[in-house]
Design a protein around this ligand. Structure first.
Ligand SMILES: [Zn+2]
Length: 150
């Protein structure tokens, strides 16, 4: 059930996930803190009985499904009791999906300070190299997702 809709520019994350699929990542996900964004293709029926695939991103937060991103909308589900809590999380989602690389880098910095062992936002593996830790995404994932470094 959709409780609220928020306009959102998720094209940077959609684009990167599509590229990852072309590079043989079968089910791309992207993790920032306790957010997880997972690629999903829904089959929608068209007029005349034909189906088409609609790309989406499912969003979980603290392990719970809280909504999905479809085209330029975040469709929030029933995961929150108050409008304010829902909106606040929607704002965080906007920042992440519009600027995924920035979000990954910021997350790695925070994790490094807190626990000393940041993980790749795209595959969850520990990041060892200095450059990997700075970007929050490992070298292999950076390439697959089209985020090759200069
Ligand atoms: Zn990775």
């Amino acid at each position: 059930m959709v409780r609220a809709r928020y306009k959102i520019d998720a094209s940077p994350l959609f684009r990167a996930m599509k590229r990852a699929i072309r590079n043989e990542v079968s089910e791309p996900f992207f993790r920032i803190g306790t957010f997880q964004f997972t690629w999903w293709e829904a089959l929608r029926m068209r007029e005349g009985g034909r189906t088409r695939k609609v790309p989406m991103i499912h969003v979980t937060y603290q392990g719970k499904y809280i909504g999905r991103i479809e085209a330029d909308r975040y469709l929030a589900g029933s995961g929150f009791d108050t409008k304010e809590a829902r909106r606040e999380v929607a704002e965080q989602i906007k920042l992440i999906v519009t600027h995924p690389r920035k979000a990954a880098a910021a997350e790695a910095t925070v994790t490094l300070k807190a626990s000393g062992s940041p993980r790749c936002a795209c595959c969850g593996r520990p990041l060892a190299g200095v450059e990997d830790r700075r970007s929050g995404v490992g070298m292999m994932c950076s390439r697959k997702w089209g985020w090759a470094r200069g």
